[in-house]
Write a protein that binds this ligand. Structure first.
Ligand SMILES: Nc1nc2c(ncn2[C@@H]2O[C@H](COP(=O)(O)OP(=O)(O)O[C@H]3O[C@H](CO)[C@@H](O)[C@H](O)[C@@H]3O)[C@@H](O)[C@H]2O)c(=O)[nH]1
Length: 438
């Protein structure tokens, strides 16, 4: 059946409220990503030089017979998203469409709502991915695994190993080690369930919609009742994890494919710097042309560095490791940048130093200034540690984290900005430490 129809499509789901406005309830579309998500929807934020979503799209485009990519969100499409879609279509030679939900329908509700579009063309299976993850996206391996395991199951979940404490922040999967069937699935349990966690990357057959449909019908009764009693209209929210996986676990319907390759969530701005490091490392195999090299008359490069071809960098600057320099950035003499993302149009004046920071679009860092943050990397001594996407505040204070300059911020010469978040369009006149500068 697979080969006869041979059609596949890929969905990348993301809740994309317009520029970080929040929907009630859950953390959606970039609240922990502020102030950067004021300027650009989180999935378009550049990680290792390209939009976060481009990494998903590149992985999909490499799967043979991939026919289409659909992006699902409830964000009003704007010029930036449209430009991204059309340039990606051209570059990767694959149709890409954006489907807008009328409300946040939940991860299962969204795909169920658009099931006719997803199933048009009779796909044998489709991938579904969370937009806020970075991964090597072993899609072809998942496909092989799916084929090897016959036709009874309706989904393959990508799993990875986490340590016991951090596993509680994810969907936890208990598997039958011989058959790889999912025996139990618990979303963010309060006590330890399993060290195999859900990566938010799935391969489904169309049968998944039968299972979502049953939950939809059941909820429909409750919705009608609610409407009659309270006059309130409730959207058809269905959570893939709690409402579908938990029920299907133990029924031989779901399998888990465990990856040894890199994977991380991208929830906070700090995790974008970590994700950049992972992708830059991967470029050695996939895109060596994106990595800067040491040549005469160019800045000194240490480790993995991405530089947009339009950036103007003084040869006496020293960059890296893990640095991404965006379009049109200007970097003066003697500048040092390490573990940072410099967004397009930013200017780093002579001899300034930028460490563990994100410098926003069109911001300026003055001469001899120092912009520095605290990295939020996973514990390097624990092979299964994941990045902690901490909340902004802990014990009444700002959690030490990377420094973020919003767009069009101006840092004067010879000041130090440490562990701070500076909102857009600020003209600072002194040093700051551990502050949110509004
Ligand atoms: N289109 C759409 N997308 C949604 C909706 N709700 C959430 N999403 C998107 O789905 C992704 C994950 O949703 P979250 O609700 O933020 O869940 P999570 O805490 O990241 O946990 C999920 O991902 C983990 C891996 O990163 C998993 O371990 C966990 O089981 C779960 O799937 C994000 O990209 C989020 O924007 C919705 O109503 N509509």
């Amino acid at each position: 059946m697979w080969h006869q129809r041979g059609e596949r499509l890929c969905l990348i789901k993301e809740t994309l409220p317009v520029y970080g406005h929040q929907h009630s309830g859950t953390e959606l579309g970039g609240t922990r990503f502020r102030p950067l998500s004021f300027e650009v929807p989180k999935p378009l934020f550049p990680v290792a030089g390209v939009a976060m979503l481009q990494h998903h799209i590149e992985a999909c485009a490499q799967v043979p017979d991939m026919k289409e990519i659909i992006l699902i969100g409830f964000y009003q499409p704007n010029d930036e998203l449209n430009r991204f879609i059309s340039s990606s279509q051209q570059e990767f030679k694959i149709p890409i469409r954006y489907l807008q939900e009328f409300a946040a329908l939940g991860t299962g509700g969204g795909i169920y709502h658009f099931r006719d579009q997803i199933l048009s063309g009779g796909p044998a299976a489709f991938f579904l991915m969370n937009a806020d993850v970075c991964s090597e996206f072993p899609l072809q391996e998942m496909l092989r695994f799916h084929r090897q395991h016959g036709e009874n199951h309706c989904g393959v979940l990508l799993g990875t190993t986490a340590n016991r404490t951090q596993s509680l922040n994810y969907g936890c999967i208990v598997e039958n080690r011989e058959t790889n069937e999912v025996l139990h699935f618990v979303e963010k349990p309060s006590t330890f369930v399993s060290d195999i966690i859900n990566c938010g990357i799935y391969l489904f057959t169309p049968d998944i919609f039968g299972h979502i449909g049953k939950v939809f019908q059941r909820n429909q009764q409750e919705r009608i009742q609610e409407e009659l009693t309270n006059g309130k209209q409730m959207p058809e929210v269905i959570r893939l994890e709690q409402d579908i996986f938990t029920t299907l676990a133990g029924q031989k319907k779901l399998l888990v494919y465990k990856t040894q390759h890199f994977w991380s969530q991208i929830k906070s701005a700090g995790s974008a710097i970590y994700a950049s490091r992972l992708y830059l490392k991967q470029y050695h195999q996939t895109h060596p042309e994106r990595l800067a090299t040491n040549r005469d008359g160019t800045p000194k490069i240490i480790g993995d560095v991405y530089i947009h071809p339009t950036a103007n960098i003084d040869p006496s600057a020293v960059l890296g490791p893990n640095v991404s320099i965006g379009k049109g950035v200007t970097i003066g003499g003697g500048v040092r940048v390490r573990e940072s993302i410099i967004l397009h149009g930013a200017v780093l004046q002579d001899h300034c130093c930028v460490l563990n920071s994100i410098v926003g679009w069109d911001s300026t860092v003055g001469k001899w200034a120092r912009v520095e943050g605290t990295p939020s990397d996973p514990n390097p001594n624990d092979p299964y540690a994941k990045i902690d996407s901490e909340t902004l505040f802990r014990d009444g204070g700002l959690t030490p984290s990377i420094t973020i300059l919003g767009c069009n911020v101006s840092i004067p010469s010879e000041v130090i900005i440490r562990n701070s978040i500076v909102l857009p369009h600020k003209d600072l006149n002194r040093s700051f430490q551990n502050q949110i500068i509004l």
